[in-house]
Write a protein that binds this ligand. Structure first.
Ligand SMILES: C[S@@+](CC[C@H](N)C(=O)[O-])C[C@H]1O[C@@H](n2cnc3c(N)ncnc32)[C@H](O)[C@@H]1O
Length: 277
């Protein structure tokens, strides 16, 4: 901490320079590599190449997932009238970050980002380039620490007004032993009726049994976050007490697709968007 730093600034500095292990593949950097980014290391690239050897659909899945994020945020801002987003599992900033998509429709939109990866933190400045009419913030926190997330987010978001909670491609790295259903329920209990939940998630039924087992086993051996695929019914359980927006629970590429994007394939990810009653 320097003499002119507040304790908060010192903590942020400390986190920014925190040592992290680049010899073990990390979900954020693997996804960055899959999307053609430059913020990844040899271990991340090797793990992705091994995943692609097991399931070539992983490459399309990453692109289709990012495109789903854009369409879901656009729907939430333009059609559902949402002006507040809590985006947990933000990822390394790339094209079409949540605040850019939402603020292109409603500049006054407030977005709180949450991730626990030090590389995402190092790039957080790119997430803080809010339109002057809106606000963005970044919380360096673990999804499992819902208390920290909700108390920090409440500094920027008004929890008496609807909030869209987005958990895009993150819950499949939360094993059952960490109570993913309890985590989602806690987050959705904190927001009022009329709020939304958007999720994408690795799908058991969209993989052959052998491929799913190999992907899960490979992630357990090489990644900081082992993968857990979930069935359609398990995915639907995250939306208990919510009404699914049409077309319901579908593969990411089938959720309100934009005609003529030219990127065709079959993903291995479920998605859905639901509205709290
Ligand atoms: C595959 S990326 C998805 C990024 C973005 N949501 C998207 O779909 O384009 C998943 C992100 O979730 C983050 N993540 C994974 N587990 C997390 C946890 N327990 N707490 C906070 N972030 C987590 C990773 O660091 C990574 O940046």
């Amino acid at each position: 901490m320097t003499s002119d730093e507040t304790p908060d600034e010192a903590a942020a500095d400390e986190a920014r320079t925190r040592a992290f292990d680049t010899s073990v593949a990390h979900q954020a950097r693997m996804y960055d590599y899959l999307l053609g980014g430059k913020d990844n290391y040899a271990a991340d690239r090797a793990a992705v190449e091994q995943q692609l050897a097991i399931s070539p659909d992983v490459a399309f899945s990453a692109r289709a997932n990012r495109a789903f994020l854009g369409r879901a945020v656009r729907y939430l801002a333009a059609e559902a009238g949402i002006r507040q987003f809590l985006d947990i599992g933000t990822g390394i900033p790339t094209a079409g970050n949540t605040h850019q998509v939402a603020q292109a429709i409603a500049p006054e939109t407030r977005v709180v980002y949450v991730d626990y990866d030090p590389v995402v933190l190092a790039h957080a400045r790119a997430l803080l380039t809010s339109h002057p009419a809106g606000v963005t913030d970044y919380i360096d926190a673990d999804l499992r620490d819902t208390g920290t997330i909700l108390s920090h987010a409440a500094e920027l978001l008004d929890f008496t007004e609807p909030v869209a909670v987005t958990l895009i491609a993150i819950l499949h790295v939360i094993p059952d032993s960490d109570d993913p259903y309890g985590i989602v329920a806690t987050l959705m209990d904190a927001v009022p009726a009329g709020s939304y939940l958007a999720i994408s998630h690795m799908a058991s039924e969209l993989l052959s049994r052998e491929t799913r087992e190999r992907l899960e086993h490979h992630s357990g051996a090489t990644m900081q976050q082992p993968l857990t695929a979930r069935t359609r019914a398990q995915m639907a359980r995250f939306f208990d007490g919510l009404d699914l927006v049409a077309p319901g629970l579908v593969p990411v590429e089938e959720w309100r697709p934009d005609p003529g994007t030219g990127d065709m394939g079959e993903s291995v990810l479920w998605c859905a968007v639901g509205r709290k009653r």
